[in-house]
Design a protein around this ligand. Structure first.
Ligand SMILES: NC(=O)C1=CN([C@@H]2O[C@H](COP(=O)(O)OP(=O)(O)OC[C@H]3O[C@@H](n4cnc5c(N)ncnc54)[C@H](OP(=O)(O)O)[C@@H]3O)[C@@H](O)[C@H]2O)C=CC1
Ligand SMILES: O=C(O)[C@@H]1CCC=N1
Length: 545
Protein backbone atom coordinates (compact mmCIF):
# COMPACT_ATOMS: atom_id res chain seq x y z
CA UNK A 1 0.00 0.00 0.00
CA UNK A 2 1.12 3.53 -0.70
CA UNK A 3 2.11 5.65 2.27
CA UNK A 4 1.30 9.33 2.14
CA UNK A 5 2.83 12.02 4.32
CA UNK A 6 1.10 15.37 4.49
CA UNK A 7 3.68 17.90 5.57
CA UNK A 8 1.83 20.77 7.21
CA UNK A 9 -1.48 19.23 8.22
CA UNK A 10 -3.37 22.47 8.67
CA UNK A 11 -6.78 23.20 7.22
CA UNK A 12 -6.34 21.66 3.79
CA UNK A 13 -3.78 19.06 4.83
CA UNK A 14 -6.04 17.78 7.56
CA UNK A 15 -9.02 17.89 5.21
CA UNK A 16 -7.15 15.69 2.74
CA UNK A 17 -6.16 13.25 5.48
CA UNK A 18 -9.69 13.14 6.84
CA UNK A 19 -11.11 12.71 3.34
CA UNK A 20 -8.77 9.79 2.70
CA UNK A 21 -9.73 8.19 6.02
CA UNK A 22 -13.41 8.57 5.14
CA UNK A 23 -12.70 7.05 1.74
CA UNK A 24 -11.31 3.94 3.42
CA UNK A 25 -7.58 4.56 3.64
CA UNK A 26 -6.01 3.01 6.68
CA UNK A 27 -4.64 5.60 9.12
CA UNK A 28 -1.52 3.40 9.25
CA UNK A 29 -0.73 4.51 5.71
CA UNK A 30 -1.12 8.19 6.50
CA UNK A 31 1.36 10.51 8.17
CA UNK A 32 1.00 14.10 9.27
CA UNK A 33 3.57 16.69 10.24
CA UNK A 34 2.80 19.91 12.06
CA UNK A 35 4.71 22.60 13.84
CA UNK A 36 2.94 22.66 17.15
CA UNK A 37 2.94 19.57 19.35
CA UNK A 38 -0.63 20.06 20.62
CA UNK A 39 -1.85 20.35 17.05
CA UNK A 40 -0.20 17.01 16.26
CA UNK A 41 -1.79 15.40 19.28
CA UNK A 42 -5.21 16.64 18.22
CA UNK A 43 -4.78 15.23 14.70
CA UNK A 44 -3.65 11.89 16.03
CA UNK A 45 -6.59 11.75 18.43
CA UNK A 46 -9.05 12.62 15.69
CA UNK A 47 -7.78 10.62 12.73
CA UNK A 48 -5.44 8.04 14.21
CA UNK A 49 -2.72 8.89 11.69
CA UNK A 50 0.94 8.97 12.69
CA UNK A 51 2.40 12.36 13.49
CA UNK A 52 6.12 12.50 12.79
CA UNK A 53 8.80 15.05 12.14
CA UNK A 54 9.74 16.02 8.60
CA UNK A 55 12.70 13.66 8.28
CA UNK A 56 10.88 10.61 9.62
CA UNK A 57 7.81 11.37 7.55
CA UNK A 58 9.86 11.76 4.38
CA UNK A 59 11.68 8.52 5.01
CA UNK A 60 8.47 6.56 5.54
CA UNK A 61 6.39 7.94 2.68
CA UNK A 62 5.96 7.13 -0.99
CA UNK A 63 4.10 10.35 -1.65
CA UNK A 64 5.11 13.54 0.13
CA UNK A 65 2.36 16.14 0.00
CA UNK A 66 3.43 19.65 0.95
CA UNK A 67 0.55 21.60 2.46
CA UNK A 68 2.24 24.39 4.37
CA UNK A 69 1.54 28.02 3.61
CA UNK A 70 3.51 29.19 0.59
CA UNK A 71 5.65 31.45 2.75
CA UNK A 72 6.69 28.43 4.86
CA UNK A 73 7.51 26.25 1.87
CA UNK A 74 11.17 27.24 1.43
CA UNK A 75 11.94 26.52 5.07
CA UNK A 76 10.17 23.21 4.94
CA UNK A 77 11.93 22.19 1.74
CA UNK A 78 15.27 22.96 3.29
CA UNK A 79 14.66 20.40 6.01
CA UNK A 80 12.92 17.99 3.66
CA UNK A 81 15.42 17.94 0.82
CA UNK A 82 18.16 15.79 2.46
CA UNK A 83 15.63 13.02 3.11
CA UNK A 84 13.96 12.77 -0.27
CA UNK A 85 15.09 9.88 -2.42
CA UNK A 86 14.49 8.43 -5.86
CA UNK A 87 11.15 6.72 -6.26
CA UNK A 88 9.28 9.23 -4.15
CA UNK A 89 6.79 11.73 -5.50
CA UNK A 90 6.40 15.24 -4.12
CA UNK A 91 2.95 16.77 -4.47
CA UNK A 92 2.53 20.45 -3.76
CA UNK A 93 -0.79 21.77 -2.60
CA UNK A 94 0.55 25.28 -2.21
CA UNK A 95 -1.24 28.08 -4.00
CA UNK A 96 0.91 30.18 -6.26
CA UNK A 97 4.18 28.28 -6.00
CA UNK A 98 5.31 26.76 -9.29
CA UNK A 99 6.77 23.27 -9.45
CA UNK A 100 10.10 24.91 -10.35
CA UNK A 101 10.18 26.41 -6.85
CA UNK A 102 10.20 22.87 -5.44
CA UNK A 103 12.49 21.39 -8.07
CA UNK A 104 15.10 24.02 -7.32
CA UNK A 105 15.13 22.98 -3.67
CA UNK A 106 14.90 19.21 -4.02
CA UNK A 107 17.46 16.70 -5.27
CA UNK A 108 17.71 16.48 -9.05
CA UNK A 109 15.07 14.53 -10.89
CA UNK A 110 12.63 14.20 -8.00
CA UNK A 111 9.22 14.44 -9.67
CA UNK A 112 6.92 17.19 -8.47
CA UNK A 113 3.22 17.41 -9.22
CA UNK A 114 1.31 20.56 -8.43
CA UNK A 115 -2.20 19.88 -7.15
CA UNK A 116 -4.89 22.41 -6.46
CA UNK A 117 -7.69 20.83 -4.52
CA UNK A 118 -10.45 22.31 -2.39
CA UNK A 119 -12.08 21.78 0.98
CA UNK A 120 -15.06 19.69 -0.25
CA UNK A 121 -12.41 16.94 -0.26
CA UNK A 122 -13.75 16.20 3.19
CA UNK A 123 -17.03 14.96 1.70
CA UNK A 124 -15.55 13.45 -1.48
CA UNK A 125 -16.73 16.40 -3.57
CA UNK A 126 -13.43 18.12 -4.26
CA UNK A 127 -12.12 19.07 -7.64
CA UNK A 128 -8.38 18.63 -7.84
CA UNK A 129 -6.38 19.92 -10.77
CA UNK A 130 -3.02 18.26 -11.35
CA UNK A 131 -0.05 19.59 -13.30
CA UNK A 132 3.25 17.87 -13.87
CA UNK A 133 6.53 19.58 -13.11
CA UNK A 134 9.48 19.16 -15.42
CA UNK A 135 10.64 15.84 -13.91
CA UNK A 136 7.17 14.37 -13.57
CA UNK A 137 5.67 12.12 -16.21
CA UNK A 138 2.34 10.46 -16.87
CA UNK A 139 3.04 7.81 -14.29
CA UNK A 140 3.57 10.44 -11.61
CA UNK A 141 0.32 12.11 -12.59
CA UNK A 142 -1.38 8.72 -12.38
CA UNK A 143 -0.03 8.22 -8.86
CA UNK A 144 -1.18 11.70 -7.81
CA UNK A 145 -4.56 11.09 -9.38
CA UNK A 146 -4.97 7.90 -7.39
CA UNK A 147 -4.39 9.90 -4.25
CA UNK A 148 -6.97 12.57 -5.03
CA UNK A 149 -9.62 10.52 -6.81
CA UNK A 150 -11.25 9.28 -3.58
CA UNK A 151 -11.64 12.94 -2.61
CA UNK A 152 -13.73 13.92 -5.62
CA UNK A 153 -13.03 14.71 -9.23
CA UNK A 154 -9.64 15.20 -10.79
CA UNK A 155 -8.52 17.03 -13.85
CA UNK A 156 -5.14 17.45 -15.53
CA UNK A 157 -4.15 20.83 -16.85
CA UNK A 158 -0.94 22.54 -17.88
CA UNK A 159 0.73 24.30 -15.01
CA UNK A 160 0.26 27.78 -16.41
CA UNK A 161 -3.46 27.43 -15.67
CA UNK A 162 -2.91 26.77 -11.99
CA UNK A 163 -3.22 30.34 -10.72
CA UNK A 164 -6.54 30.65 -12.52
CA UNK A 165 -7.62 27.26 -11.17
CA UNK A 166 -6.70 28.34 -7.67
CA UNK A 167 -8.77 31.49 -8.07
CA UNK A 168 -11.72 29.55 -9.39
CA UNK A 169 -11.99 26.19 -7.63
CA UNK A 170 -9.34 26.39 -4.90
CA UNK A 171 -10.85 29.55 -3.47
CA UNK A 172 -14.24 28.87 -5.04
CA UNK A 173 -15.99 27.25 -2.08
CA UNK A 174 -15.51 30.52 -0.18
CA UNK A 175 -17.44 32.42 -2.84
CA UNK A 176 -20.38 30.08 -2.55
CA UNK A 177 -20.35 30.27 1.25
CA UNK A 178 -20.34 34.02 0.89
CA UNK A 179 -23.41 33.73 -1.32
CA UNK A 180 -25.08 31.43 1.18
CA UNK A 181 -24.31 33.91 3.96
CA UNK A 182 -25.74 36.76 1.93
CA UNK A 183 -28.87 34.85 1.02
CA UNK A 184 -29.34 33.87 4.65
CA UNK A 185 -29.20 37.53 5.64
CA UNK A 186 -31.71 38.32 2.92
CA UNK A 187 -34.00 35.58 4.16
CA UNK A 188 -33.80 36.93 7.69
CA UNK A 189 -34.68 40.34 6.32
CA UNK A 190 -37.79 38.81 4.77
CA UNK A 191 -38.70 37.28 8.12
CA UNK A 192 -37.95 33.62 7.51
CA UNK A 193 -36.74 31.54 10.44
CA UNK A 194 -32.98 31.02 10.15
CA UNK A 195 -33.05 27.23 10.17
CA UNK A 196 -35.65 27.10 7.43
CA UNK A 197 -33.79 29.70 5.41
CA UNK A 198 -30.66 27.63 5.69
CA UNK A 199 -32.36 24.50 4.45
CA UNK A 200 -33.98 26.33 1.56
CA UNK A 201 -30.71 27.89 0.46
CA UNK A 202 -28.50 24.84 0.77
CA UNK A 203 -30.93 22.60 -1.06
CA UNK A 204 -31.37 25.23 -3.75
CA UNK A 205 -27.65 25.55 -4.27
CA UNK A 206 -27.19 21.76 -4.34
CA UNK A 207 -30.16 21.39 -6.70
CA UNK A 208 -28.93 24.13 -9.03
CA UNK A 209 -25.45 22.61 -9.14
CA UNK A 210 -26.88 19.15 -9.84
CA UNK A 211 -29.05 20.59 -12.65
CA UNK A 212 -26.06 22.17 -14.26
CA UNK A 213 -23.98 19.02 -13.86
CA UNK A 214 -26.60 16.45 -14.82
CA UNK A 215 -28.48 18.18 -17.64
CA UNK A 216 -25.41 19.78 -19.17
CA UNK A 217 -27.61 22.74 -20.11
CA UNK A 218 -26.03 26.13 -20.42
CA UNK A 219 -26.38 28.26 -17.27
CA UNK A 220 -28.11 30.99 -19.25
CA UNK A 221 -30.69 28.53 -20.48
CA UNK A 222 -31.16 27.16 -16.97
CA UNK A 223 -31.62 30.68 -15.66
CA UNK A 224 -34.07 31.53 -18.41
CA UNK A 225 -36.17 28.54 -17.42
CA UNK A 226 -36.56 30.07 -13.98
CA UNK A 227 -37.17 33.58 -15.25
CA UNK A 228 -40.86 34.01 -16.06
CA UNK A 229 -41.97 37.02 -18.09
CA UNK A 230 -42.98 39.86 -15.77
CA UNK A 231 -42.29 37.49 -12.91
CA UNK A 232 -40.30 37.63 -9.73
CA UNK A 233 -36.91 36.31 -10.88
CA UNK A 234 -36.33 38.95 -13.53
CA UNK A 235 -36.74 41.62 -10.88
CA UNK A 236 -34.01 40.00 -8.83
CA UNK A 237 -31.78 39.59 -11.86
CA UNK A 238 -32.23 43.25 -12.73
CA UNK A 239 -31.00 44.17 -9.25
CA UNK A 240 -27.99 41.88 -9.61
CA UNK A 241 -27.15 43.58 -12.89
CA UNK A 242 -27.72 47.02 -11.41
CA UNK A 243 -25.19 46.19 -8.70
CA UNK A 244 -22.79 44.80 -11.30
CA UNK A 245 -22.47 41.49 -9.55
CA UNK A 246 -21.17 39.84 -12.72
CA UNK A 247 -18.41 42.38 -12.99
CA UNK A 248 -17.64 42.14 -9.26
CA UNK A 249 -17.21 38.38 -9.63
CA UNK A 250 -14.84 38.83 -12.55
CA UNK A 251 -12.82 41.30 -10.51
CA UNK A 252 -12.81 39.04 -7.47
CA UNK A 253 -11.57 36.00 -9.35
CA UNK A 254 -8.99 38.08 -11.13
CA UNK A 255 -7.75 39.44 -7.80
CA UNK A 256 -7.38 35.91 -6.46
CA UNK A 257 -5.47 34.90 -9.58
CA UNK A 258 -3.18 37.90 -9.21
CA UNK A 259 -2.55 37.09 -5.58
CA UNK A 260 -1.41 33.62 -6.63
CA UNK A 261 1.14 35.21 -8.91
CA UNK A 262 2.29 37.54 -6.18
CA UNK A 263 2.72 34.65 -3.77
CA UNK A 264 5.30 33.11 -6.07
CA UNK A 265 7.15 36.40 -6.42
CA UNK A 266 7.00 37.06 -2.68
CA UNK A 267 8.30 33.58 -1.87
CA UNK A 268 11.32 34.06 -4.11
CA UNK A 269 11.92 37.51 -2.70
CA UNK A 270 11.66 36.29 0.89
CA UNK A 271 14.25 33.62 0.20
CA UNK A 272 16.51 36.16 -1.44
CA UNK A 273 16.16 38.51 1.52
CA UNK A 274 17.00 35.76 3.96
CA UNK A 275 20.00 34.77 1.89
CA UNK A 276 21.31 38.32 1.82
CA UNK A 277 20.74 38.84 5.52
CA UNK A 278 22.21 35.50 6.37
CA UNK A 279 19.77 35.69 9.22
CA UNK A 280 17.21 33.34 10.70
CA UNK A 281 15.14 31.30 8.38
CA UNK A 282 11.91 33.02 9.09
CA UNK A 283 10.60 36.51 8.64
CA UNK A 284 10.53 38.54 11.81
CA UNK A 285 7.13 39.80 12.77
CA UNK A 286 6.41 43.32 11.73
CA UNK A 287 3.58 45.33 13.06
CA UNK A 288 3.03 46.92 9.71
CA UNK A 289 3.49 50.40 11.06
CA UNK A 290 6.46 52.59 10.77
CA UNK A 291 8.70 51.90 13.73
CA UNK A 292 9.41 54.81 15.99
CA UNK A 293 12.76 56.29 15.16
CA UNK A 294 13.05 54.25 12.03
CA UNK A 295 14.68 56.37 9.41
CA UNK A 296 12.76 54.70 6.72
CA UNK A 297 9.11 55.01 6.09
CA UNK A 298 7.64 54.69 2.73
CA UNK A 299 4.13 55.17 1.63
CA UNK A 300 3.34 54.70 -1.95
CA UNK A 301 -0.03 54.65 -3.46
CA UNK A 302 -1.36 52.79 -6.35
CA UNK A 303 -4.33 53.61 -8.47
CA UNK A 304 -6.02 50.54 -9.85
CA UNK A 305 -7.31 51.20 -13.29
CA UNK A 306 -9.01 48.61 -15.41
CA UNK A 307 -5.77 47.28 -16.84
CA UNK A 308 -4.24 50.70 -16.51
CA UNK A 309 -1.33 52.18 -14.74
CA UNK A 310 0.35 51.78 -11.47
CA UNK A 311 1.83 54.88 -10.02
CA UNK A 312 4.33 55.32 -7.32
CA UNK A 313 7.53 53.55 -6.52
CA UNK A 314 6.06 50.25 -5.66
CA UNK A 315 4.70 47.26 -7.41
CA UNK A 316 1.35 45.70 -6.76
CA UNK A 317 2.84 43.37 -4.20
CA UNK A 318 4.47 46.21 -2.34
CA UNK A 319 7.88 44.73 -3.03
CA UNK A 320 10.14 47.62 -2.34
CA UNK A 321 13.68 47.88 -1.29
CA UNK A 322 15.22 51.22 -0.76
CA UNK A 323 18.70 50.99 0.58
CA UNK A 324 18.99 54.62 1.50
CA UNK A 325 17.48 56.30 4.51
CA UNK A 326 14.88 57.79 2.34
CA UNK A 327 11.56 59.14 3.26
CA UNK A 328 9.01 59.50 0.57
CA UNK A 329 5.41 60.35 0.70
CA UNK A 330 4.80 59.16 -2.80
CA UNK A 331 6.16 60.46 -6.04
CA UNK A 332 4.86 61.53 -9.31
CA UNK A 333 5.31 58.66 -11.68
CA UNK A 334 4.49 58.41 -15.31
CA UNK A 335 4.39 55.01 -16.87
CA UNK A 336 3.90 54.73 -20.56
CA UNK A 337 2.37 51.59 -21.93
CA UNK A 338 0.84 50.51 -25.18
CA UNK A 339 -2.62 49.05 -25.06
CA UNK A 340 -4.08 46.86 -27.71
CA UNK A 341 -7.02 48.39 -29.53
CA UNK A 342 -10.56 47.75 -28.42
CA UNK A 343 -11.43 46.08 -31.70
CA UNK A 344 -10.35 42.72 -30.36
CA UNK A 345 -7.55 42.30 -32.90
CA UNK A 346 -4.96 42.46 -30.18
CA UNK A 347 -6.76 40.30 -27.70
CA UNK A 348 -3.80 38.44 -26.39
CA UNK A 349 -1.08 40.31 -28.03
CA UNK A 350 0.81 43.32 -26.90
CA UNK A 351 3.66 44.52 -28.99
CA UNK A 352 6.90 45.10 -27.14
CA UNK A 353 7.27 48.75 -26.59
CA UNK A 354 9.95 50.62 -24.74
CA UNK A 355 8.31 51.69 -21.54
CA UNK A 356 9.34 54.95 -20.08
CA UNK A 357 9.30 56.20 -16.59
CA UNK A 358 9.40 59.70 -15.40
CA UNK A 359 9.30 60.68 -11.80
CA UNK A 360 8.72 64.35 -11.64
CA UNK A 361 8.93 66.90 -8.91
CA UNK A 362 6.77 69.94 -8.69
CA UNK A 363 4.85 70.97 -11.77
CA UNK A 364 7.21 72.73 -14.10
CA UNK A 365 10.25 71.61 -12.12
CA UNK A 366 12.88 69.33 -13.64
CA UNK A 367 12.09 65.65 -13.40
CA UNK A 368 13.33 63.71 -10.44
CA UNK A 369 13.94 60.65 -12.48
CA UNK A 370 13.67 60.34 -16.19
CA UNK A 371 14.54 57.54 -18.50
CA UNK A 372 13.69 55.16 -21.25
CA UNK A 373 14.49 51.52 -21.54
CA UNK A 374 15.12 49.35 -24.53
CA UNK A 375 12.40 47.39 -26.23
CA UNK A 376 11.99 43.68 -25.98
CA UNK A 377 13.74 43.04 -22.68
CA UNK A 378 11.70 41.05 -20.23
CA UNK A 379 12.61 43.03 -17.20
CA UNK A 380 13.96 46.24 -18.58
CA UNK A 381 15.91 48.34 -16.18
CA UNK A 382 15.87 52.01 -16.01
CA UNK A 383 18.27 54.12 -14.13
CA UNK A 384 18.28 57.73 -13.25
CA UNK A 385 19.29 60.04 -10.52
CA UNK A 386 16.71 61.48 -8.24
CA UNK A 387 17.46 65.07 -8.83
CA UNK A 388 14.94 66.86 -6.84
CA UNK A 389 12.37 66.05 -4.32
CA UNK A 390 10.74 69.15 -3.19
CA UNK A 391 8.88 69.51 0.04
CA UNK A 392 5.19 69.93 0.21
CA UNK A 393 2.27 68.91 -1.88
CA UNK A 394 2.08 69.08 -5.63
CA UNK A 395 -1.47 68.29 -6.40
CA UNK A 396 -1.45 68.04 -10.14
CA UNK A 397 -3.34 65.48 -12.07
CA UNK A 398 -3.93 65.27 -15.72
CA UNK A 399 -4.16 62.62 -18.35
CA UNK A 400 -2.84 62.57 -21.82
CA UNK A 401 -3.58 60.22 -24.60
CA UNK A 402 -1.42 59.58 -27.61
CA UNK A 403 -2.37 57.48 -30.56
CA UNK A 404 0.59 55.61 -31.81
CA UNK A 405 1.11 54.41 -35.34
CA UNK A 406 -0.35 51.05 -36.15
CA UNK A 407 1.90 48.12 -35.38
CA UNK A 408 1.81 45.20 -37.77
CA UNK A 409 1.16 41.75 -36.42
CA UNK A 410 1.45 39.45 -39.39
CA UNK A 411 -0.67 41.16 -41.98
CA UNK A 412 -3.03 42.59 -39.43
CA UNK A 413 -2.60 46.18 -38.42
CA UNK A 414 -2.87 46.73 -34.72
CA UNK A 415 -3.86 50.13 -33.53
CA UNK A 416 -2.27 50.84 -30.21
CA UNK A 417 -2.89 53.69 -27.93
CA UNK A 418 -0.78 54.91 -25.13
CA UNK A 419 -2.30 56.35 -22.06
CA UNK A 420 -0.14 58.48 -19.90
CA UNK A 421 -1.30 59.28 -16.47
CA UNK A 422 0.20 61.92 -14.28
CA UNK A 423 -0.39 61.83 -10.62
CA UNK A 424 1.14 64.22 -8.20
CA UNK A 425 2.09 63.26 -4.71
CA UNK A 426 3.99 64.85 -1.99
CA UNK A 427 7.67 64.25 -2.02
CA UNK A 428 9.93 64.59 0.94
CA UNK A 429 13.44 63.44 1.48
CA UNK A 430 15.56 63.59 4.55
CA UNK A 431 18.91 62.46 3.36
CA UNK A 432 21.28 62.50 0.44
CA UNK A 433 19.65 62.14 -2.91
CA UNK A 434 20.08 58.54 -3.94
CA UNK A 435 20.36 56.98 -7.31
CA UNK A 436 17.42 54.75 -7.74
CA UNK A 437 17.27 51.96 -10.22
CA UNK A 438 13.78 51.07 -11.11
CA UNK A 439 12.72 47.81 -12.58
CA UNK A 440 9.67 47.73 -14.70
CA UNK A 441 7.90 44.48 -15.25
CA UNK A 442 4.70 43.76 -16.99
CA UNK A 443 1.85 41.54 -16.08
CA UNK A 444 -1.24 40.58 -17.93
CA UNK A 445 -4.44 41.64 -16.37
CA UNK A 446 -7.97 41.77 -17.55
CA UNK A 447 -10.02 44.87 -18.01
CA UNK A 448 -13.70 45.13 -18.76
CA UNK A 449 -14.67 44.73 -22.34
CA UNK A 450 -14.81 48.05 -24.09
CA UNK A 451 -13.52 50.02 -21.20
CA UNK A 452 -10.38 51.13 -22.95
CA UNK A 453 -11.63 54.65 -22.93
CA UNK A 454 -12.05 54.41 -19.22
CA UNK A 455 -8.70 52.94 -18.43
CA UNK A 456 -7.63 56.18 -16.98
CA UNK A 457 -10.12 57.36 -14.46
CA UNK A 458 -10.33 61.04 -13.76
CA UNK A 459 -7.70 61.35 -11.10
CA UNK A 460 -8.36 62.71 -7.74
CA UNK A 461 -6.51 65.64 -6.36
CA UNK A 462 -4.11 64.61 -3.71
CA UNK A 463 -5.45 66.01 -0.57
CA UNK A 464 -4.40 64.77 2.77
CA UNK A 465 -7.79 64.67 4.37
CA UNK A 466 -9.28 62.47 1.78
CA UNK A 467 -6.33 60.17 1.85
CA UNK A 468 -6.54 59.79 5.54
CA UNK A 469 -10.17 58.99 5.10
CA UNK A 470 -9.39 56.41 2.49
CA UNK A 471 -6.88 54.80 4.76
CA UNK A 472 -9.63 54.18 7.25
CA UNK A 473 -12.19 53.16 4.68
CA UNK A 474 -12.95 49.73 3.41
CA UNK A 475 -10.42 49.87 0.66
CA UNK A 476 -9.15 46.45 -0.28
CA UNK A 477 -5.50 45.58 -0.68
CA UNK A 478 -4.30 47.61 2.25
CA UNK A 479 -3.29 45.12 4.89
CA UNK A 480 -1.22 42.79 2.78
CA UNK A 481 1.30 45.42 1.94
CA UNK A 482 3.27 45.27 5.10
CA UNK A 483 6.84 44.28 4.85
CA UNK A 484 10.28 44.53 6.20
CA UNK A 485 13.10 46.01 4.23
CA UNK A 486 16.78 45.66 4.58
CA UNK A 487 18.68 48.78 5.39
CA UNK A 488 22.36 49.31 4.87
CA UNK A 489 24.40 47.34 7.36
CA UNK A 490 21.87 44.56 7.50
CA UNK A 491 19.44 46.41 9.75
CA UNK A 492 15.81 45.72 9.25
CA UNK A 493 13.37 48.51 8.87
CA UNK A 494 9.62 48.44 9.06
CA UNK A 495 7.98 49.46 5.87
CA UNK A 496 4.35 50.30 5.74
CA UNK A 497 3.30 50.27 2.16
CA UNK A 498 -0.20 51.48 1.98
CA UNK A 499 -1.82 50.72 -1.29
CA UNK A 500 -5.25 52.11 -1.55
CA UNK A 501 -7.68 53.07 -4.18
CA UNK A 502 -7.59 56.77 -4.75
CA UNK A 503 -10.93 56.86 -6.33
CA UNK A 504 -13.10 58.95 -4.05
CA UNK A 505 -16.09 56.82 -4.95
CA UNK A 506 -14.61 54.00 -2.93
CA UNK A 507 -15.55 55.84 0.23
CA UNK A 508 -19.18 56.10 -0.59
CA UNK A 509 -19.30 52.51 -1.73
CA UNK A 510 -19.97 53.44 -5.32
CA UNK A 511 -18.69 51.07 -7.94
CA UNK A 512 -15.36 51.75 -9.48
CA UNK A 513 -16.43 51.60 -13.07
CA UNK A 514 -19.11 53.65 -14.66
CA UNK A 515 -20.09 51.20 -17.34
CA UNK A 516 -23.06 48.91 -16.85
CA UNK A 517 -22.48 45.20 -16.95
CA UNK A 518 -22.94 43.53 -20.29
CA UNK A 519 -25.99 41.44 -19.55
CA UNK A 520 -26.22 40.05 -23.05
CA UNK A 521 -23.21 37.80 -22.98
CA UNK A 522 -23.63 35.50 -20.03
CA UNK A 523 -20.34 34.02 -19.02
CA UNK A 524 -20.07 30.30 -19.40
CA UNK A 525 -17.65 27.80 -20.72
CA UNK A 526 -19.04 28.11 -24.24
CA UNK A 527 -18.59 31.83 -24.23
CA UNK A 528 -15.77 34.12 -23.57
CA UNK A 529 -15.67 35.75 -20.22
CA UNK A 530 -16.62 39.36 -20.62
CA UNK A 531 -13.13 40.61 -20.06
CA UNK A 532 -10.25 41.15 -22.36
CA UNK A 533 -6.54 41.12 -21.67
CA UNK A 534 -4.83 44.38 -21.24
CA UNK A 535 -1.68 45.57 -19.64
CA UNK A 536 -0.93 46.21 -16.06
CA UNK A 537 2.32 47.65 -14.88
CA UNK A 538 4.58 46.38 -12.25
CA UNK A 539 7.02 48.83 -10.90
CA UNK A 540 9.52 48.32 -8.18
CA UNK A 541 12.50 50.05 -6.79
CA UNK A 542 15.04 47.30 -6.67
CA UNK A 543 18.27 49.00 -5.91
CA UNK A 544 19.76 52.26 -5.01
CA UNK A 545 23.27 53.47 -4.81
N1 LIG B 1 -7.36 26.16 2.76
C1 LIG B 1 -7.69 25.80 1.53
O1 LIG B 1 -8.88 25.70 1.18
C2 LIG B 1 -6.64 25.46 0.54
C3 LIG B 1 -5.31 25.68 0.81
N2 LIG B 1 -4.36 25.35 -0.10
C4 LIG B 1 -2.94 25.56 0.16
O2 LIG B 1 -2.60 24.74 1.24
C5 LIG B 1 -1.58 25.33 2.01
C6 LIG B 1 -2.00 25.40 3.45
O3 LIG B 1 -3.12 26.20 3.58
P1 LIG B 1 -4.05 26.08 4.87
O4 LIG B 1 -4.26 24.65 5.17
O5 LIG B 1 -5.20 26.93 4.59
O6 LIG B 1 -3.10 26.76 5.96
P2 LIG B 1 -2.88 26.35 7.48
O7 LIG B 1 -2.13 27.46 8.11
O8 LIG B 1 -4.16 25.92 8.09
O9 LIG B 1 -1.93 25.07 7.39
C7 LIG B 1 -0.56 25.12 7.29
C8 LIG B 1 -0.01 24.14 8.28
O10 LIG B 1 1.37 24.01 8.03
C9 LIG B 1 1.99 23.76 9.27
N3 LIG B 1 3.41 24.02 9.13
C10 LIG B 1 4.04 25.17 8.82
N4 LIG B 1 5.37 24.99 8.72
C11 LIG B 1 5.58 23.67 8.99
C12 LIG B 1 6.74 22.87 9.03
N5 LIG B 1 7.94 23.38 8.79
N6 LIG B 1 6.58 21.56 9.32
C13 LIG B 1 5.37 21.05 9.55
N7 LIG B 1 4.23 21.76 9.52
C14 LIG B 1 4.34 23.07 9.23
C15 LIG B 1 1.29 24.66 10.23
O11 LIG B 1 1.43 24.12 11.49
P3 LIG B 1 0.99 24.86 12.84
O12 LIG B 1 -0.51 25.00 12.76
O13 LIG B 1 1.40 23.93 13.89
O14 LIG B 1 1.68 26.20 12.82
C16 LIG B 1 -0.16 24.58 9.73
O15 LIG B 1 -0.88 23.61 10.41
C17 LIG B 1 -1.32 26.69 1.42
O16 LIG B 1 -0.18 26.64 0.63
C18 LIG B 1 -2.55 26.95 0.58
O17 LIG B 1 -2.23 27.72 -0.54
C19 LIG B 1 -4.70 24.79 -1.30
C20 LIG B 1 -5.99 24.55 -1.60
C21 LIG B 1 -7.08 24.89 -0.73
O1 LIG C 1 -6.79 31.29 0.18
C1 LIG C 1 -5.82 30.59 -0.17
O2 LIG C 1 -4.70 31.13 -0.39
C2 LIG C 1 -5.94 29.11 -0.32
C3 LIG C 1 -5.60 28.68 -1.69
C4 LIG C 1 -6.89 28.24 -2.30
C5 LIG C 1 -7.82 28.28 -1.20
N1 LIG C 1 -7.30 28.71 -0.12
Amino acid sequence: MTTVAVLGAGKIGQTVLAGLCRAGWSPDDLIATVRRREHGEAIHAELGVRVLDTAAAAQAADIIAVAVKPQDAATLLESLSPHVKDGQLVVSLCAGLPTAFFEKRLPDSIPVVRAMTNTPALVAEAITVLSAGSHAGQRDLDVAEELFRPLGKTLRLAEHHQDAVTALSGSGPAYFYYLVESMTDAAILLGLPRADAHELIVQTIVGAAAMRRDTGDHPVSLRETVTSPAGTTINAVRELERHRVRSAIADAVEAARDRGRQIAEDADLAVENRRRRGGPDHEPAVDGQRHAGDPLGLRCRQKRHGGGHVLGLTDPTGRIQVLQPLQLRGLLGTVVRPHPSADGAGRDHVEPHPPGLRVAGAPGAPPILDGQVGAGADQPRLGGRIRDLTHGAHPVDRRDRHHRPAIRRGQQPLQTRTDTTHRAHQGRINDALPLVVVQIGERQSAGDTDVVDQHVQPPERVDGRRHRGLDRGTVPDVTRHRQTVQLPGGALGGLGVDIGDHDPRALSGQPFRARVTDAVGGAGEERDLAVKPSHGDSLSVVESR
